[in-house]
Design a protein around this ligand. Structure first.
Ligand SMILES: Cc1ncc(COP(=O)(O)O)c(C=O)c1O
Length: 425
């Protein structure tokens, strides 16, 4: 049998996978159109016709609203900005807690800190990696103000029980849909189910313009607050725009420019096709590894679709005792990039050492905060176990071809046929 690359054998693949690319001639054409117009942004942070931005920003927001069936789309310069704006618009502030899964990108939780509130980490569901509503309910206190489910890797969080908890406890729901544009939960598009939903258009995302994002909502007041926070709200209010509740209307510059908006108009037309390409690659890969034992492949729950933003599988501990980190090392040695080193956010120094603003430990030590948030793994048994069993990769995406996927399949077969060569836990 061929020696594993980890032990000195020849790797299955010697050249890197093609870089992520979603743009083509149409984007080139529309960018030239913007350049020819000479207007690269038309935003101004004051109460006049420029408060809403230029023609491409407005056209993109209209197009996104139509495609997603929402009343308002507020474009932003990243999903991070969108999350910060959404937490602010939701009225979160000092003394509040917001419940969020620890299995997400850092920005989901730092958006909470940015309004001097405290992130409380809930456990996740084993099969989807998303917020576990049962764990959420146990963590709700009188201080809880909002819930932030994340459709991580592209599978929807279980929104029905999450929305039921929100209505029972009067909480706002901000969906982090950065990884799931075009994904469905029981006939509804992810990002459009909660009070607000946030999308990312950074360079790695399913559709992208380098950096960018959008927040959607059906609520007029939330939309107004989002737009104020996006664009120097305090100045806009000073120059005449009225707002029901002026709190948190501390504006930043989260504005998208005309070039990004123009690119996103074309990218949106490509969304369905790009999702189909991802799904086809995943189906091809899963067919190729159907004889490999010990892998638990991503589920797609009833009524849901998966965007396969990141292909993430688990090891079946009943048959595979090798740590996922060792298998990732073996795959990487074969030239196939996989990770197994996920660190849940609660273990980051900012939470472990309760550092936040200044040197006083705000918001954790804030006089308004009467809680005692727990950042140990005690309430997170599923999260804890997942850190040792997960294998994740972003290579199964266009422009990767079936021929490239054949090599990923080959590497899995090669490694799992010789699994006895590895030390077990
Ligand atoms: C789940 C999630 N939330 C938020 C973000 C932040 O997105 P952005 O890079 O657009 O700020 C990302 C980006 O990787 C993400 O994956």
């Amino acid at each position: 049998m061929e020696e594993l690359a980890l032990f000195g054998g020849k790797p299955v693949r010697e050249k890197p996978f093609p870089k992520h690319r979603t743009t083509g001639d149409e984007e080139k054409r529309i960018v030239m159109e913007v350049l020819d117009s000479g207007i690269l942004s038309e935003f101004m942070g004051s109460n006049n016709e420029h408060f809403m931005g230029g023609p491409y920003v407005n056209a993109f927001e209209k197009k996104w609203s139509e495609r997603f069936g929402v009343k308002h789309t507020v474009s932003v310069n990243s999903a991070t900005s969108g999350l910060f704006a959404a937490v602010g618009a939701a009225g979160v502030g000092p003394g509040d807690e917001v419940i969020v899964p620890p299995w997400t990108m850092t920005a989901t939780a730092t958006a909470i800190l940015s309004f001097n509130a405290v992130p409380v980490f809930c456990d996740i569901e084993e099969d989807t990696f998303c917020m576990d509503p049962v764990s959420v309910e146990k963590l709700i206190t009188p201080r809880t103000r909002a819930l932030m489910p994340v459709h991580i890797y592209g599978h929807p969080a279980d929104m029905d029980p999450i929305m039921e908890l929100a209505s029972r406890y009067n909480l706002k729901v901000i969906e982090d849909a950065a990884q799931s544009p075009g994904g469905y939960y029981k006939g509804k598009l992810t990002g459009t189910i909660g009070h607000m939903g946030v999308f990312s258009f950074n360079c790695n995302k399913i559709i992208q313009c380098g950096e960018g994002g959008a927040v959607v909502t059906n609520d007029d007041e939330l939309a107004k607050r989002l737009r104020l926070i996006r664009n120097h709200g305090e100045a806009v209010v000073a120059t005449g725009m009225s707002v029901q509740d002026g709190s948190n209307i501390i504006g930043w510059n989260y504005r998208m420019n005309e070039i990004e908006a123009a690119i996103m108009m074309v990218q949106l037309d490509r969304l369905d096709h790009l999702l189909k390409e991802r799904k086809d690659l995943v189906e091809y890969f899963e067919k190729g590894i159907r004889d490999v034992t010990g892998l638990i492949l991503p589920v797609v729950k009833d009524g849901c679709t998966h965007t396969y933003y990141r292909y993430t599988m688990r090891l079946d501990r009943d048959s595979i005792k090798v740590p996922s980190a060792t298998i990732a090392k073996a795959l990487n040695a074969e030239g196939i990039s996989f990770n197994a080193d996920y660190i849940p956010l609660n273990l980051y120094p900012i939470y472990q050492k309760r550092m936040g603003y200044g040197s006083q430990g705000c918001p954790f030590t804030c006089a308004y905060y009467g809680g005692t948030v727990d950042y140990t793994m005690k309430n997170l048994p599923v999260t804890d176990q997942m850190t040792r069993t997960t294998l994740s990769s972003e290579v199964i995406r266009p422009p990767v071809t079936f021929v490239d996927v054949d090599q990923i399949i080959m590497a899995f077969q090669k490694i799992f046929k010789q699994i006895e060569k590895f030390d077990v836990i």
